[in-house]
Design a protein around this ligand. Structure first.
Ligand SMILES: Cc1cc2nc3c(=O)[nH]c(=O)nc-3n(C[C@H](O)[C@H](O)[C@H](O)COP(=O)(O)O)c2cc1C
Length: 512
């Protein structure tokens, strides 16, 4: 199902009983976070919130804020127009099985072809609601030297009085999420860039720190696709066009977070998932395209001649603040928006948060691709406590010795799975989504020294525990039943299980 706008999706959530409307004014400075955090900590992720009167420095914004819209399994499925993400994954798996690939590279190529088969290619159109209001900015003033601290800017923005003027980065309802944050941040921005060599497009979600009304940070981490595009512009010294959009069909937000292989257009995945090609319009001031039905678009560029600037601190996915690190500076040339735009936001912090459901949907959707390369994989789970890839549980149908280690090495070598810090492999009869069951098997089935493997690799730049940024060690634990040849020389005991007949009789007598 295709949604015409973010507001359209919010209405659908309302009809489905998945939305709470907040009618009293709530401050974008910390208060929305407190409200949303309470909601996200409810069992199953609580409800989406529509803050009808968000205030920016005490002034009510003309744009409502919707938050936690993808923060439950049901809402995540609704955003994809499906009953469950598993249903969508099964469909994608079946599409790819039509011609099984012989390797991972081919599986990825096939994913592109499979998506294409469904006429999912994006279409360029002349005009779209995302440009109903266009506000262009004159050439930027000379760069201040040295850069002011974000905190200085915050007090300057405190003088902001008018919320009805043209939208700028100062009067949009952009959240300041946590007390020690370095400023306000766009938390659900879809960032569009192009590879200057091939013209291939990428849409990635990278948070955006507001520095002032014309400049922001650009937090694409070292190993992400847009960072690779950026490096090519820095090498050639060419100004890099970048477009940031918010909202539109919620599937865009999901696609921007999905760990697609470099070179595979996120709009192709989005078109496939919404069963309708994504309509794109050309940006008003730069050579990029954005979804015609987006709610807000912020256009601009990065100048490789300019020094990097400190970004952060930011209360992050990890549950800790990410300390300031240097990132490129983005200059705004235009802000365009729909007249009825709804501002999409999320918060990250101590888990569980909304991102648990977004990341979980990615794992489910791409499980068929993992299984094509590793047919022994039964299921994969990223428990909320591990914040995406810190902790990965994998169940396998093990048939030969050391197979668990093959899976560890294989997964550490696949895309963003390289970030997995702890990887636990269990047998196929374990429900990896039940953390208690995995921990029971882990404790019961392992001899720590024999069954663990330390290795090294790239790490998530957000991981504050590694001695150096972006590199670290990994621990794999084989919690499967040991086979001959795995150094275990005793008989393996049976797992305790009651007879089915006794269970049935007791259930009949006493109920469940
Ligand atoms: C809410 C949210 C915020 C995120 N913020 C960032 C970020 O600031 N920087 C980053 O590199 N990745 C961030 N990510 C993860 C990326 O979106 C994710 O790795 C994505 O696959 C990157 O796309 P790419 O492979 O096209 O670069 C975020 C994910 C979510 C769900």
């Amino acid at each position: 199902m295709a949604f015409d706008s973010f507001g359209d999706f919010v209405q659908q959530l309302d009809r489905a009983g998945e939305l709470t409307r907040i009618t009293q004014p709530v401050a974008t400075e910390l208060e929305i976070t407190e409200l949303a955090d309470r909601e996200m900590k409810q069992p199953g992720g609580g409800k989406a919130l529509l803050i009808e009167k968000p205030t920016v420095n005490g002034v009510v914004s003309p744009f409502p804020v919707a938050i936690n819209t993808l923060g439950s399994h049901r809402r995540m499925a609704l955003s994809l127009g499906a009953n469950s993400v598993a249903e969508v994954a099964a469909e994608l798996g079946a599409l790819m099985k039509a011609k099984p690939p012989t390797g991972f590279r081919e599986a990825l190529k096939l994913l592109g072809t499979a998506l294409d088969l469904r006429h999912a290619k994006p279409k360029l159109v002349k005009a779209g609601p995302c440009q109903e209001v266009i506000h262009k900015f004159a050439a930027p003033p000379a760069r201040p030297e040295p850069w002011p601290k974000a905190a200085d800017f915050q007090s300057a923005s405190g003088n902001q009085q008018s919320a009805s003027a043209s939208p700028t980065l100062l009067n949009l309802p952009i959240l300041r999420c946590w007390p020690l944050d370095g400023g306000r941040f766009l938390t659900l921005p879809c960032v569009v860039t192009k590879d200057p060599d091939t013209g291939e497009r990428n849409v990635g979600m990278y948070r955006i720190q507001i520095y002032d009304d014309r400049t922001t940070g650009m937090h694409w981490q070292l190993q992400k696709v847009a960072a690779r595009h950026g490096r090519r512009y820095y090498e050639t010294g060419t100004r890099m066009p970048v477009a940031i959009f918010l909202g539109g069909d919620p599937v865009f937000t999901f696609a921007a977070t999905a760990p697609l292989p470099d070179g595979l257009d996120e709009f192709l995945l989005a078109g496939y998932l919404r069963k309708k090609s994504v309509e794109l319009v050309r940006c008003a001031t730069c050579d990029l395209e954005v979804p015609a039905n987006a709610d807000f678009v912020i256009e601009g560029y990065i100048d490789p001649a300019e020094p990097l600037r400190e970004e952060g601190p930011f209360g992050d996915h990890t549950g800790y603040y990410t300390l300031p690190e240097p990132y490129p500076v983005f200059h705004v040339t235009a802000i365009t928006h729909r007249k009825d735009a709804v501002y999409p936001a999320t918060i990250v912090g101590i888990p569980p948060m909304e991102d648990f459901y977004i990341g979980g949907a990615s794992v489910k959707l791409f499980l068929p691709i993992f299984k094509m390369n590793f047919p022994e994989i039964v299921d994969i789970a990223l428990p909320a406590e591990g914040v995406f890839h810190n902790l990965v549980f994998v169940s396998i149908r093990k048939t030969y010795p050391m197979q668990a280690y093959k899976i560890m090495h294989g997964l550490w070598g696949m895309g963003q799975m390289m970030f997995s810090k702890y990887l636990v492999v269990v047998d196929d009869d374990v429900d990896v989504h039940n953390t208690s069951e995995v921990l029971f098997r882990l404790c019961a089935n392992t001899d720590p020294q024999r069954d663990s493997l330390f290795t090294k690799g790239p790490s998530d730049v957000l991981d504050h525990a590694t001695s150096e940024i972006a590199i670290g060690s990994k621990l794999g634990i084989d919690a499967t039943k040991k086979l001959p040849g795995e150094g275990f020389k005793r008989p393996w005991p049976p797992l305790i299980k009651m007879d089915a007949a006794v269970k049935a009789k007791v259930e009949k007598l006493f109920g469940k």
